[in-house]
Unconditional design. Structure first.
Length: 362
């Protein structure tokens, strides 16, 4: 790079001084009139990131009609006494539903479990509804994390958030029982994603931060003490863990509902999310359940209805049980502030597909 200092007209710069100044940028305050910077070597412009591929998706669980508009979660079924995979759907009617799915939730081969709803929130109080957010198996025990809400005409959208918690699987009942609240509604969305590794159970959550952005937080607990609020500890930076939620520190920038899964073929942890009001699924890779995490990578565009230009992606969930060497099962919901009158109800159902994992993934 060569920098040239503009000089008052009529004054020459001595050759010896010019030789000393040429390699560096010199500023003489008393003689400086203006500064012009020129580049000897052109710097290559940063190339824009390629547009992510569109997600090839279907509306899952076809026999359920238009009732499944929100979040889906899944687990391999055999440990739970279910042939195939267990899929828990946040149904618009009848509360959380459970299904046994043999191959794919798109194949119309699901069998509804007899317990309806599969997660009974009545122990949490009158009129409380528990919406499943993620499933996780830890040893011989399976858990569902949920977000608890209560109808409230004075609150936004007619519901008031109660908090977040978990319930354990009861094979005899064919449902998740003994729900317990672990976090108040003002905390990050712990349990939006969940994972088990070693002796610990991990709950991932997001919290809105800045404009159309969010931060990802992490809590963990010894699996045997998962139902004890005071037993949880919180990632506080630098590999440290704190005993109180007030000391939690964000791990990375992400979405308000992060989801996590381990990909066996890649030998990597995957952290996926959609940014607030976003239309793409972003993925980070990690070496462990709490990172370190790679830079964000746009993996796919959500399958949104073309008739609604204001629609956006919600409820992104990874499904590691349905994965190939270069893809992983994923589902997402469809959000909109103003639904298109011409769109059928099915346009806003949850979507199911396989998220491609490109070789460009960090």
């Amino acid at each position: 790079m060569r920098a040239e200092l503009a000089r008052p007209a009529g004054r020459a710069r001595p050759a010896a001084r010019r030789a000393r100044v040429a390699p560096t940028l010199a500023v003489a305050a008393t003689a400086l009139v203006g500064c012009r910077v020129t580049l000897d070597d052109a710097i290559e412009q940063e190339r824009p990131a390629p547009s992510p591929p569109a997600l090839e998706a279907c509306a899952p669980l076809p026999s359920e009609g238009d009732g499944l508009e929100a979040r889906l979660a899944s687990l391999p079924g055999p440990p739970l006494g279910v042939e195939g995979s267990l899929v828990v759907a946040d149904a618009a009617r009848g509360g959380p539903r459970g299904f046994a799915v043999r191959d794919s939730p798109c194949d119309a081969g699901e069998v509804a479990l007899p317990a309806t709803p599969i997660l009974d929130a009545s122990p949490l109080g009158p009129r409380v509804v528990a919406r499943p957010t993620s499933l996780v198996a830890a040893g011989a025990t399976a858990f569902v994390f949920f977000a608890a809400e209560r109808p409230d005409s004075s609150a936004a959208f007619g519901v008031a958030a109660v908090g977040r918690g978990l319930a354990r699987w009861d094979a005899a009942a064919g449902a998740f029982v003994d729900p317990v609240l672990l976090w108040t509604a003002d905390r990050p969305s712990y349990g939006a994603g969940a994972a088990a590794s070693g002796d610990y159970l991990y709950a991932y959550g997001g919290l809105a931060a800045r404009f159309l952005s969010a931060d990802v937080y992490l809590a963990r607990v010894a699996t045997a003490r998962a139902a004890e609020p005071g037993a949880w500890e919180y990632w506080s930076g630098g590999g440290a863990w704190a005993p109180t939620a007030d000391a939690a520190w964000p791990m990375v920038e992400g979405g308000t509902e992060p989801t996590v899964g381990y990909h066996v073929a890649l030998e990597r942890w995957l952290l996926a999310y959609s940014t607030p009001l976003g239309a793409e699924i972003t993925v980070r890779t990690g070496l462990g359940p709490y990172g370190p995490w790679s830079r964000p990578y746009l993996a796919a565009r959500c399958a949104l209805p073309s008739v609604d230009e204001e629609s956006f992606c919600t409820h992104v969930v990874l499904h590691p049980a349905l994965a190939t060497e270069d893809s992983i099962g994923v589902s997402h919901g469809v959000g909109s502030f103003h639904r298109a009158p011409s769109a059928p109800p099915s346009a806003y159902r949850a979507r199911w597909g396989w998220l491609p994992l490109s070789s460009a993934l960090p």
